[in-house]
Write a protein that binds this ligand. Structure first.
Ligand SMILES: [Cu+2]
Length: 227
């Protein structure tokens, strides 16, 4: 989860999020270079006495300042499209979990198992134990195996919700009557927090998402225990 007053992204927990962080840094570096150049030119224009006031055209410099921005845009667009298609990939998942948004909680169904489903409600502030996070902790966490490709199916029973976990680079709309799909692959164990990311009603802020990524053998024990 994010620490207080955090400005940047949370650490990546999936290969996709690592790609997104790299792309973010790459784009920000281009923005930084352009703004430095523009600021430098502005300061030059404000401090220099203008000469060549009778110059009517300058073909060479106009050609450069048309082609250069086009090349910069391509340098941003190509890696962006690459990640977009990577995120769309399904990669034969080993496990499928369906999540439904409700006003105002999430429910989870492990569709590969006979009867493994539960609701996940936020723990109210007055019931928190010391060290637990306010507005983020839930009664039933989504336990998932790490280093396994998981298909998340996301939908809603009532209004629009959005299932989001920032450190995994996930944000998928939960739309009633439509089943959205996304791929989840955690690279390290731990607790990962997210929140509903669609203004869905009066308790929108009180339907967090908690993923518990564990090694596969632990997940198997948990699923046996839950059945
Ligand atoms: Cu919601």
């Amino acid at each position: 989860m994010a620490y207080p007053f955090q400005l940047g992204f949370q650490d990546a927990t999936s290969p996709i999020m690592e790609e997104l962080l790299h792309f973010h840094d790459h784009t920000l570096m281009i923005v930084f270079l352009i703004s430095s150049l523009v600021l430098y030119i502005i300061s030059l224009m404000l401090t220099t006495k203008l000469t060549h006031t009778s110059t009517m055209d300058a073909q060479e410099v106009e050609t450069i300042w048309t082609i250069l921005p086009a090349i910069i845009l391509i340098l941003i667009a190509l890696p962006s499209l690459r990640i977009l298609y990577m995120m769309d990939e399904i990669n034969s998942p080993s496990l499928t979990v369906k999540t439904m948004g409700h006003q105002w909680y999430w429910s989870y169904e492990y569709t590969d198992y006979e009867d493994l489903s539960f609701d996940s409600y936020m723990i109210p502030t007055q019931e928190l134990k010391p060290g637990e996070l306010r507005l983020l902790e839930v009664d039933n966490r989504v336990v998932l195996p790490m280093e396994v490709t998981i298909r998340m199916l996301i939908s809603s029973e009532d209004v629009l919700h959005s299932w989001a976990v920032p450190s995994l680079g996930l944000k998928t709309d939960a739309i009633p009557g439509r089943l959205n799909q996304t791929t989840l692959m955690g690279t390290r164990p731990g607790l990962y927090y997210g929140q509903c990311s669609e203004i869905c009603g009066s308790n929108h802020s009180f339907m967090p998402i908690v993923l518990e990524l564990v090694p596969l053998s632990y997940f198997e024990k948990w699923s046996v225990f839950m059945l």
